[in-house]
Design a protein. Structure first.
Ligand code: ZN
Length: 508
């Protein structure tokens, strides 16, 4: 049989420090693992990988990355850890490594304290569950056990539930309303939005291009398919940059979905944001339209020639402030993107933000905006008034446009008549009044631009209103919304988030 290339993996987290669990210290883990290997293997090479002070909730740990790199290169065929939690605290990730990745790579995985060794253990994730639960009692807080429970719920309920309107590119399956299918004609538009972005187009430019070339808007697709009937408020329905941004940021296009974000009161029907552990996050819920690497490339703004800061990062970047030291929080990408206070490494303050889940923050803020808009009945009134005002102005501009068009026609007619009279010998000289025509044409052009801008503002307002209606499962937080409503957000931890609203939306 082949010689074992064994990796022992050791992790010490901050939590271990707190609880002063000597059994988890690096030295103790090392002794335990080396002894285990010596007792159970005879012919092997031993490598050690160690992460000191890293959380197990993601795989962004240098030791872990180094080890997985060697696994990928087939230089390791056995991994030994003290317990599952050393390797990963994310149940889904752990499950996928144990069930799929390691067997595929031919890697044996041994968790000493959980009596789990993948070679003599032909179990499924359900069997691991027993060990994993035992482990929880020993090591983890209630919080984590809830997370695990919700992860299990994800597995159980995968693909079982979809509500609300389908975003552009998808439609509900005719025979199973709970499944999402790709609507190919719409998906084509989604793909174009992503590829144009990769080519360096900004969302404003894409919206402009689509309006110019009359690409169907999401609502127009719905109307064409008989799913809704609505009248455009301007000339026609228009693309706006915020629609484009929402599409570019929506994880639904890589097959992920977050559900059960809201609960509706039985009485009154008011929506509430559920605690994060009750959310149903499903990865690979449906067929993706966009490849994951392209989606990530767009999120990171790589490959953008111009205006890279526009899509370059999470919309919340720059708005979040550490409740302890008041410095801006930093965004960390990865399997579970999060925000953290970088300052805590240098200032030694204990209460700086360590890890606040980015998806949770985003949904929390979105919900707070939705809730605020709903609570301020006054505000809704203001928005309605604003829409009416835009309506009125657009109408007025269009009347002016008609007048100008009439004037141009008359001027041209006059020019023509003057020429006719000259040609017939009725007048001696002929001088066309082109300057006048040009100036009216210029005026008309400016007017058309104003109409376009106002229509775009109108569409944006309608988009916002859709996106911000409470209970919209597919709503995505946009940078524009944030800038419009929120000054800054002070984060203490996931339970303590303070939003500072912009003064102008505060209704006295
Ligand atoms: Zn801080």
């Amino acid at each position: 049989m082949e010689r074992y290339q064994i990796a022992i993996y050791i992790r010490l987290s901050k939590e271990d420090d707190k609880f002063k669990e000597e059994s988890n210290s690096i030295t103790m883990q090392r002794i335990l693992l080396q002894r285990y290997v010596a007792e159970n293997f005879s012919d092997y090479d031993l490598l050690e990988f160690c992460d000191d002070g890293y959380t197990g909730t993601n795989f962004e740990r240098p030791g872990m990355q180094e080890m997985l790199e060697l696994v990928r290169d087939s230089k390791i065929n056995c991994i030994v850890v003290k317990d599952f939690s050393r390797f990963a605290r994310d149940y889904i990730e752990l499950g996928s490594y144990l069930e799929q990745i390691f067997p595929f790579m031919g890697v044996r995985f041994i968790s000493v304290n959980d009596n789990y060794g993948s070679k003599n253990y032909q179990g499924s994730i359900a069997d691991i569950d027993v060990n994993f639960k035992n482990l929880l009692y020993d090591l983890y807080s209630k919080d984590l056990s809830q997370k695990v429970r919700s992860s299990l719920a994800v597995r159980k309920e995968k693909g079982q539930y979809v509500s609300g309107n389908c975003p552009l590119g998808y439609e509900k399956a005719p025979e199973d309303r709970h499944a999402l299918l790709i609507a190919e004609d719409e998906a084509e538009v989604v793909r174009r939005i992503f590829s144009l972005t990769v080519e360096g187009y900004t969302s404003v430019e894409i919206a402009r291009l689509f309006n110019k070339t009359q690409v169907k808007t999401p609502i127009e697709f719905k109307i064409a398919k008989g799913k809704t009937s609505r009248e455009p408020k301007g000339d026609r329905f228009m693309w706006s940059s915020s629609t484009i941004c929402q599409i570019l940021r929506n994880e639904i296009y890589i097959g992920n979905i977050v559900q059960k974000k809201y609960t509706k009161d039985f009485v009154g029907g008011k929506n509430h944001l559920n605690p994060r552990e009750d959310w149903l996050v499903t990865y690979n819920h449906h067929e993706p339209i966009i490849e994951k690497h392209i989606f990530e490339q767009v999120q990171e703004g790589r490959g953008l020639k111009r205006n890279p800061q526009y899509h370059s990062t999470h919309p919340l970047v720059g708005k979040l402030i550490c409740g302890c030291c008041k410095k801006n929080l930093r965004y960390r990408r990865g399997l579970n993107p999060y925000f953290t206070c970088h300052n805590r490494y240098s200032n030694m303050l204990e209460n700086c933000v360590e890890n606040v889940n980015a998806m949770f923050l985003e949904q929390y803020v979105l919900f707070m905006i939705q809730d605020k808009l709903q609570a301020d009945g006054e505000l809704e009134k203001l928005r309605t008034e604003e829409i009416q005002r835009l309506d009125g102005e657009i109408k007025e501009l269009k009347e002016r446009r008609q007048l100008l068009n009439g004037r141009i026609q008359r001027l041209k007619q006059q020019n023509f008549e003057a020429y006719q009279n000259y040609a017939l010998g009725k007048t001696d000289g002929f001088q066309a009044d082109n300057i006048m025509v040009k100036s009216v044409e210029k005026e008309l052009e400016d007017l058309n631009e104003t109409v376009r801008q106002m229509e775009a503002a109108y569409v944006k307002m309608e988009c916002d209103r859709d996106a911000l209606s409470v209970g919209n499962e597919f709503a995505v937080l946009s940078k524009e919304m944030l800038d419009h409503y929120i000054e800054k957000i002070i984060v203490y931890d996931e339970q303590n988030i303070e939003i500072c609203w912009k003064e102008k939306i505060r209704v006295a």
